[in-house]
Design a protein around this ligand. Structure first.
Ligand code: GLN
Length: 537
């Protein structure tokens, strides 16, 4: 079949969850046997979100091919089990960079280079890139930002042109917000009408409207919106708040979103999507009664999206273990010797978060010392693993002042140090050790037991590494280096086998955890936390 292009735009306000709607549609189409991928176009000028502070856009996600991407790509993967790549996330910065490179090479043969057609052509080329591989039946393209933003205009113009070129092989889903005015006790459709008008001004007629709302929108009101917005009534779909984002595909299917997309793109919807494993997951989620409590020690805890993939991986693992998870966010800057006991004693397990730089680091060491001495299941991820190593060096090996050279370039014991090939790099964007690398686990280790194999591959995002010179000292004292890169022999996993569950991974297992295939090391951690919880009863 010819590739179908679905564009998802948003209006009224930002943060409506275009990523969740795109992911839910992809989930349904995939469950109908179609080959689907989702891509995101971000209107900001950064080349990628890698250099962005998490306070700006939340977590930076990493694809298998080592691209630092928008966190929506995490949703795409969690909902669909599709592996995204660099091609699935394009920013205005990348578009302009490519056009400017072409201009410098002389590719435009003396022409004046302009937003239309040069920038829009470059956007269109990127939109069709994955479609042209022949690997997909559906390409869902989420356009970041909100209709009416200056910076979104070139994208909307590209969508307008593509819709014209592709005809019935494309359609536009527009997501808006229907606010409830408590004082008037009324839902209001005017912002939606205005938003659709704005889209029409850009030359785009939406085919489907998805209305985000806190309250049920009556059929009458939906008919009214359909009438004012030139959309067929059945294609006005409501997305009422639900208690879990993973219920959205089901809610969309109940209103036939997948069937409408199929018929509007000239396909015949036959049968039902195969959602059995998904529904089983939801069922487990709804039936879970017991709660496992996990503390997450990090410095971006005021903003929960900063640890989005970790939160989701914990939730998935807990659901499969028939538990709810309560995540207690603990600000690492506020943990000290005096309050650590009070902050950590009610927890069943502790995660020491990834991160960069000195701020909040000492609190992580205090938390780790407490966890190690109290034998609480503890999981260090990336910087968290490096902190485990440093804390062990200081307090068990007696190496006073041990540190990572990231935090203290003069440390007498550089147990975590810069990789040789990183030393000459001065550019900050895209220069870390990024993407999936193989890792060999020591058989018999707890990590190998968790994965059920000794050969794994997980994603990385860091510059610093365990310093090989200290390996023997650590192993003799009880911290084992149980995972290493088979080619470079870099240490990827440490664990203290004497403890209940004390493991640090240099990689980020959270990036590969999905609803239908939760990451094994998270499952093992949660199982240990549940066991510990029960032992305390
Ligand atoms: N700052 C550390 C490094 O660059 C860890 C990075 C991380 O936690 N993602 O090695």
């Amino acid at each position: 079949m010819e590739t179908k292009y679905i564009f998802v735009t948003g209006g009224v306000v930002s943060s409506l969850g275009k990523g969740i709607i795109s992911s839910s549609l992809a989930c349904l189409l995939k469950a109908r046997g179609y080959r689907v991928t989702i891509q995101k176009f971000d209107p900001y000028i950064n080349i990628d979100p890698g250099t962005l502070n998490p306070y700006e856009h939340g977590e930076c996600y990493v694809t298998v091919d080592g691209h630092e991407a928008d966190l929506d790509l995490g949703h795409y993967e969690r909902f669909t089990d599709i592996q995204t790549t660099k091609a699935n996330n394009v920013t205005t910065g990348r578009v302009y960079q490519s056009v400017i490179d072409k201009e410098r090479r002389g590719d435009y043969l003396g022409k004046t280079v302009q937003i239309v057609p040069h920038i829009t052509d470059e956007i269109k080329r990127n939109v069709k890139k994955l479609g042209n591989t022949g690997n997909f039946d559906f390409i869902i393209t989420e356009i970041g930002g909100t209709v009416g933003d200056i910076e979104s205009l070139p994208y909307l113009e590209s969508v307008r042109q593509l819709r014209w070129e592709l005809g019935s092989n494309s359609l536009c889903i527009h997501l808006t917000y229907v606010p409830y005015i408590a004082a008037a006790k009324e839902l209001k459709t005017k912002p939606t009408q205005h938003s659709v008008k704005q889209l029409q001004e850009a030359g785009i007629q939406p085919d489907i409207l998805v209305l985000r709302t806190e309250k049920h929108i009556s059929a009458d009101m939906r008919r009214k919106i359909a009438l004012f917005c030139n959309v067929s009534p059945e294609a006005v779909i409501q997305s009422v708040d639900v208690d879990s984002i993973y219920k959205v595909p089901v809610k969309m299917h109940e209103q036939h979103l997948d069937e409408i997309v199929l018929s509007k793109t000239g396909l015949t919807p036959d049968g039902e999507p195969h959602m059995k494993p998904w529904l089983e997951f939801l069922d487990k989620m709804d039936r879970a009664e017991e709660t496992v409590t996990i503390g997450l020690v990090g410095k971006y805890v005021e903003l929960h999206d900063a640890y989005k993939s970790i939160d989701e991986a914990l939730f998935q693992a807990a659901t499969y273990a028939d538990h709810k998870v309560k995540i207690v966010y603990i600000h690492s800057e506020k943990v000290d010797e005096r309050n650590v006991d009070e902050k950590l004693s009610d927890l069943d397990g502790v995660i020491i978060a990834p991160g960069f730089g000195q701020r909040g680091i000492e609190g992580k060491f205090v938390a780790l010392k407490w966890c190690r001495e109290h034998d609480v299941p503890t999981f260090g991820i990336c910087l968290g693993m490096q902190c485990m190593v440093i804390e062990f060096a200081r307090n068990v090996l007696g190496l006073q002042g041990a540190n990572s050279t990231e935090m203290d370039s003069q440390t007498p014991y550089n147990v975590i140090d810069l990789m040789e090939e990183q030393k000459s790099i001065s550019n900050m964007g895209g220069t870390m050790r990024l993407g999936a690398f193989d890792c060999k686990l020591r058989s018999g280790s707890r990590a190998a037991e968790a994965y059920g194999t000794t050969d794994i591959s997980e994603r990385h995002r860091h510059r610093f590494e365990f310093n090989e010179d200290f390996r023997e000292q650590f192993e003799t004292a009880g911290m084992q280096c149980v995972g290493e890169n088979p080619a470079s022999h870099l240490v990827e996993v440490v664990e203290i086998p004497d403890k209940r569950w004390y493991i640090g991974t240099q990689y980020h297992p959270e990036y590969s955890s999905t609803v239908l295939s939760p990451n094994p090391i998270f499952r093992s951690f949660i199982d240990a936390a549940i066991k510990y919880h029960e032992s305390k009863k």
